[in-house]
Design a protein around this ligand. Structure first.
Ligand code: CA
Length: 239
């Protein structure tokens, strides 16, 4: 099944071959089971500024930078983008609420999968819309010796962010690989759209509340029920 899908992908893209040299991991909803807390923090923060917002909307916006999400809500509800001050106040409120919530747990099987990939000499890069200042220390505690700052794309690196292909194009550059030498692991519609637009083979893990169809319609090449299934299928996919 996977081989067929990969063959079709290479043909469609006119890529010469597939040779796995790097795997790009999204963070929230892939490495950390943090989306329920992010969604709740967004709903509460926006409501405290008088803007109704649902958890479903939070999941649909997942992967956007904070500013991008806030501008989207302002556009939809007030017909204008937010001022810098508004963006800062709302994003601060959201971050504070998020940090007050219980400790976010590592996604089951994330560490096992990262170790498996690393043991094969394949590069691992983080590609996230997150801009949490504590990101690096947190990653080093959860996934020791897996990530390096020079091989990471965060909210601090990008101009536009997901769903634009920019973050994944930047990841290709940082990993120094061609699109047919990488795969992406993503859980959110906008993240998948970004990876697909960058021309990279994209694996969706559905760890959230959205339908599989929403992730597949963004162009994911394969879909898994979670990191455990992806971990179990990995050798089958890329041996
Ligand atoms: Ca995500």
């Amino acid at each position: 099944m996977y081989l067929q899908e990969m063959t079709a992908f290479l043909k469609q893209k006119s890529y010469p071959k597939f040779e796995l040299k790097a795997v790009f991991f999204d963070m929230d909803g892939v490495l950390y089971d943090s989306m329920p807390a992010h969604a709740e923090a967004w709903v509460k923060a926006l409501e405290s500024f008088g803007m109704p917002f649902t958890a479903h909307e939070a999941y649909m916006n997942e992967g956007r930078t904070g500013n991008g999400t806030i501008d989207g809500v302002f556009q939809a509800q007030l017909g204008r983008i937010a001022t810098e001050e508004e963006k800062q106040s709302i994003y601060n409120a959201k971050s504070q609420l998020f940090e007050q919530m219980e400790v976010v747990r590592v996604m089951p099987y994330a560490l096992e999968l990262l170790k498996k990939i690393k043991s094969k000499g394949i590069h691992i890069l983080l590609v996230t819309g997150s801009g949490q200042p504590s990101l690096l220390e947190k990653l080093e505690v959860s996934f020791p010796e897996i990530f390096e700052r020079e091989r990471m794309v965060t909210a601090f690196d990008v101009e536009v962010g997901k769903p634009h292909p920019e973050p994944y194009l930047m990841a290709l550059q940082k990993a120094n690989v061609a699109p047919w030498e990488a795969v992406v692991v993503e859980n959110a519609p906008l993240g998948i759209a970004s990876a697909v637009a960058a021309g990279i083979y994209t694996l969706a893990v559905n760890t959230g509340i959205l339908e599989d169809d929403i992730l597949l319609s963004e162009g994911a090449n394969a879909i898994f029920s979670g990191m455990e299934e992806l971990y179990q299928q990995w050798d089958h996919l890329f041996s």
